[in-house]
Design a protein around this ligand. Structure first.
Ligand SMILES: Nc1ncnc2c1ncn2[C@@H]1O[C@H](COP(=O)(O)OP(=O)(O)O)[C@@H](O)[C@H]1O
Ligand SMILES: [Mg+2]
Length: 393
């Protein structure tokens, strides 16, 4: 009856809350590991052995980060905590972007990919990042569950007011008894010790939930084991109202400006000592002058002494959290000129909004990609960072 359903929902909800917390906590140790690997990479006098070891750690951290991101995503969607940022995009542009992201996996397995596009251009109204995540997940699966040297087709056609995107492969196929459950969380065909493929069985759950959030549907087809598979995603076509911005704006690339990367004064505040130290060492190795503190109150004090150009603040910190520290720094004389960067385990839209309200200029999710950090600091050096939300100007 209704009571049982209520209990099941409560149990589901605490499971989802647990998954969200688990994913968040698992991200924290990844940040210092990633920083440490990057630091090692930059150290001179490398032996080829050390170089290979670094590559292995770097690759595995990347792999783990992606799995944890999936786990975090799926629990957030379930808890209704994902906000879609929809924009108009041409289908062929979306498919092209997705192919680029999936290409390494496809090429590594020496598969032959055939892309067939619609003759006439069609526009969708979608969250571009999320929808390309959907298509990349399907292409990755085809690459993964097809023996090397197989074939993959990505094609699209129109059916009335909908567009159907199909990802088909000549791979291992899906047994009839598994087919109805492939979109369920943690479902995998082969959980034996011998199975070749990693993964958590989250990808297709994410695909289905994201497509549903977009008002579409997804279907899996396979004639059985060894017979290949096909995944069909149906999405509503955007109404033909004239679009201001039909193409997705590619992120602007900061031109490297000589001198910009040197001599910034940077304060790092994080109560995770390893995270704070490794980030500080990394920034120092890039030629910046660094101070490191381990709580929010110390950060506010150090801003007055050290007068940094840039401050990295963790959010969850003892004595004073990152939001309050940001507000306190903004209230200091000259505090409006400091570039404030939140660097946290939480990357939800809600957290970004809170960070902007507290006066942060930027919000990075741990583990921050060293490349992204580097580019951000170059932008800061040229004074071309985004307009500061929550403050005048
Ligand atoms: N293209 C495909 N061909 C064969 N099996 C697939 C394909 N895509 C998904 N599957 C099956 O569905 C399961 C769930 O996929 P997914 O949710 O992406 O998780 P994961 O890839 O992490 O195992 C896979 O473990 C696999 O058994
Ligand atoms: Mg997968």
């Amino acid at each position: 009856g209704g009571e049982n359903l209520g209990e099941a929902n409560t149990a589901d909800r605490s499971k989802d809350e647990f998954l969200a917390t688990l994913a968040h906590e698992l991200r924290n140790p990844l940040a210092p590991i990633r920083n440490a690997v990057e630091l090692l990479r930059r150290t001179a006098q490398q032996s080829s052995e050390i170089e290979r070891v670094q590559e292995i750690i770097g690759r595995q951290v990347g792999h783990m980060t992606r799995m944890i991101d999936d786990l975090l995503d799926v629990s957030r969607i379930t808890l209704g905590r994902i906000v879609l940022h929809k924009e108009r995009i041409r289908l062929d542009v979306l498919l092209q972007q997705s192919v680029e992201a999936a290409r390494p996996a496809i090429e590594a397995a020496r598969h032959e990919l055939t892309v067939s596009q619609l003759a006439e251009p069609v526009e969708l109204l979608v969250d571009v990042t999320r929808m390309s995540q959907v298509i990349v997940n399907l292409l990755d699966n085809s690459a993964k569950y097809t023996a090397p040297g197989g074939r993959i087709w990505l094609s699209a056609w129109r059916e009335g007011d909908e567009v159907v995107v199909s990802v088909r492969d000549t791979g291992e196929g899906i047994a009839p008894q598994l087919l109805p459950r492939v979109f369920d969380l943690f479902t995998q065909a082969d959980s034996t010790l011998e199975r070749r493929q990693g993964g958590l069985g989250i990808g297709l759950t994410l695909v289905e939930r994201l497509v549903k959030l977009h008002g579409g549907s997804v279907e899996a087809r396979s004639a059985g084991s060894g017979q290949g598979s096909e995944f069909l995603v149906s999405l509503p076509v955007a109404s033909s109202a004239p679009a201001d911005d039909p193409m997705h704006d590619p992120p602007r690339q900061a031109e490297a400006s000589p001198g910009a990367r040197h001599g910034r004064r940077i304060l790092v505040a994080d109560d995770n000592v390893d995270a704070a130290e490794s980030l500080s060492l990394l920034l120092q190795a890039s030629g910046h002058e660094i101070r490191t503190v381990y709580d929010g109150a110390a950060a506010v004090e150090e801003v007055q002494r050290f007068r940094p150009d840039v401050v990295f603040l963790d959010i969850g910190m003892p004595r004073m959290n990152g939001y309050d520290a940001a507000r306190a720094i903004r209230a200091l004389p000259g505090g409006r000129d400091v570039v404030l960067i939140a660097i946290t385990g939480w990357g939800q839209a809600e957290d970004r909004r809170k960070a902007a309200e507290a006066g942060f200029d930027h919000h990075l999710t741990k583990p921050a990609d060293p490349e992204v950090l580097h580019r951000l600091l170059e932008e800061v050096g040229t004074g071309r960072t985004a307009a500061r939300p929550g403050t005048a100007g």
